[in-house]
Design a protein around this ligand. Sequence first.
Ligand code: HT7
Ligand code: ZN
Length: 893
Amino acid sequence: PKTILLKDYQPPKYKVADVHLDIRIFAGKTLVTATTRFTKNHDGAEPLVLNGERLKLVSVAINGAATTNYTVDDKTLTIPHPGNEFTTVIETEICPEENTALEGLYMSGGNYCTQCEAEGFRTITYFPDRPDVMTIFTTRVEGDKKTCPVLLSNGNLIEDGDCGDGRHYAIWHDPFPKPCYLFALVAGDLVHIRDSFTTMSGRIVDLRIYVRAGDENQCDWAMESLKRSMEWDEKTYGREYQLDRFNIVAVSDFNMGAMENTSLNIFNTALVLARPETATDMDFERVEGVIAHEYFHNWTGNRVTCRDWFQLSLKEGLTVFRDQEFTADMNSRGVKRIDDVVRLRNMQFPEDAGPMAHPIRPDNYIEINNFYTLTVYEKGAEVIRMQHTLLGDDKYRKATDLYFDRYDGMAVTCDDFLQCMQDSSGVDLSQFKLWYSQAGTPEVTAEGHYDAAAKTYHLTLSQTVPPTPGQPDKKPMHIPVMVGLVGPNGHDLDVTPPPSVIPAKAGIHTNQTMDSGLRRNDEKGVSYLLELKDSKQTFTFKNVAVKPVPSILRGFSAPVKLHTNLSDDDYRFLMVHDSDGFNRWESGQILALRMMGRMIDTVESGGAAVTDPAFIDSYGLMLDQANASNADRALMARALSLPDLAIIAQQRKIVDPDTIFTVRRRVLHDLAARYRDQIQAIYDSCNTPTTYSNDAESAGRRALKNVCLRLLMNGPNPPVSLARQQYESANNMTDRVAALSVLAETDGADRDAVFADFFKRFEQYPLVIDKWFSLQASAPIPSTLDRIATLKDHPAFSLLNPNRVRSLFAAFAMNNPVCFHAKDGRGYDILTNAIIALNTKNPQIAARLLGPLREWRRYTPDRQAKMKAALERILAQENLSPDVFEIVSKTLK
Ligand code: HT7
Ligand code: ZN
């Protein structure tokens, strides 16, 4: 397969003035006629080269005359220079019924739908399938009236009618130019719910959510989320929606979460359908966040799009930052930040340290689908967040206004975005640009020194950026480090900062409050924004009356790994007193990590792990805080949770999942043993039998209660009957699933009974059955390996449905390191067989399942050998898709 390089970018040789698509759907075949007006975009007489794959070419005409003057291969259709302005009419035939890759036009649950990003449009018709060719689409869809009563495409509906023979048609026109990856079509038997939104200029937008009949009572939350997103984008970014219609369609067979096709977003049902009985609080938050994300793409991605796929983070990093801020404004800002950082550390940091490490703007790829990564999305969002921090609210907003003004209707680059930030604010971002081209997570070391005589505090920050594939040497980055100095009384000191450093009151760099007043920022304190630019820099604070404890990287102001010379006592102090909620939480996590690191060392050198009594004592302080009547329970649920296995694994040079798991369990056990009564009391106080509500306060109560349940279940005499009772009496999925997940880790009659009950109760709800699979696959008990073998042959399992595949194989390989890394290699075999089976059916999903094998070099030697052998077995397969080939070959390099 060919490697595509950023440096080879050339503007398109031909542009498209407009395109008319006529798509006639028949059972077993779909006929596509594309009428395209081209204009030449170069000086010479180069041929017109169109992309097209898996197409049956029926005919080609130029300027009204049929022609055979073209060549065609399995990837392109080439027509010798047809002139400066000309029209082609190309007829093709495709078979969506046989499309299991779920890219292009395919079928889901008996309905037709499309997925064109990144390069799916070329499987619908021959076209210049690249994002810098933007044009105006008019689409006529025709289908059977009975099987396809609903016919949708992008833009506004301009005509519909009957064709006779039991068939009908609809014509859609999108007046705003867009690249073909944003094209969409849906045809099928769907029902919808409807609402409207009046934009800031008074235009009424017809909002609809289309779903399978029977699911319409699960769409209200998605509709409310959409309206809140529209309001937020107007208030926060001044962005208004431009069309008469905004449609969302939910389909059950979908490779990712959702797709932002102009005015016709297509969603995985998992990110639309939500009712308390079937969706957890986390599901609700994800629905809200993804509805917002896709809506926000209307401006960041659609109206202003990417010049080429190397610029993917231009739209994705920015849109993730926007959706993160939206969620923070709608819920708890502090909790959202913690959750986002946990996700980044759990998943993006390993990617950035592994064989597939790439900058947020990669410079080469074989298969672009492999670059929809946590780096491009989540680290990309951190890079935008840092720009926001460096500029501050007002300048950032002025800079985004400039970006939209300058580039509306255009396909641009990450450099263009950064230039707007710089032009509009005057802030020098020349060194900051390195965040776009250098891969790897920077490591920052902070060392403080207090000079009591001079009343000065010197903070020395140094940085290194680790080598990554193809990038052995790195330059120092421009890193915003938000710092506070906490005095012995627990209050932030107000001191004289180093020259040119402006004190920033906590929360100053956040978006404005919504009218609804939903944003919460109750932090008080003084922080200073230090800009680390050299390999090593010392910042001197003056008039520091007493020796402070520094609180460094407040709010996680940069995506780096931080090392400090702070003692455990310092962290115990910050855990209670830091005015920055993120660093309060972080201090507890660091204490736990340090202690578990020491315990793992002891076990690895043949000793017995003992939980540090000082840690047990400080945990007691947090339990006291959690038990207070005014506690932020959602935040306390996070504070009382130990770092995940994946985070602990990152601290180790060589990973032995068994030892990590055993040590973590030991700590949980000892905490539960010492504090059983307090934990039970918090559980009881959160378990007040009220009617269900999904407000943030009630969700926080449930989160804290379920952390307590898990702790108790890890202690001596696990209260199985309490878990069983919670399972049975739950009036919402959060509580039911929490009970089920702790019971999943037991082996016995209660476990079997609740799993049987759960399946029967929710058999009609595929998204809930996904939970049934994934909870079983995630259980870290020996019987899981046998169970997976049975589950993959269960009548409800299918390799053709990505959600189901994820619920079994991804849950197993990603959430269950103990079983996945079983010493006999059975876990690796299970995953490898699934990847091989999926390689030809759905290459995108097969490639994504490779994630857990990527870090094979970090495991114990016996495991390394088995993981490597698994990768080699995959590489030896015939017909390896470029998706799988790229990841396996780079991983083995
Ligand atoms: N822009 C979309 C990314 C995407 C995708 C979505 C569904 C299926 C396949 C896909 N390939 C790429 C989703 C987003 O980031 O909003
Ligand atoms: Zn996106």
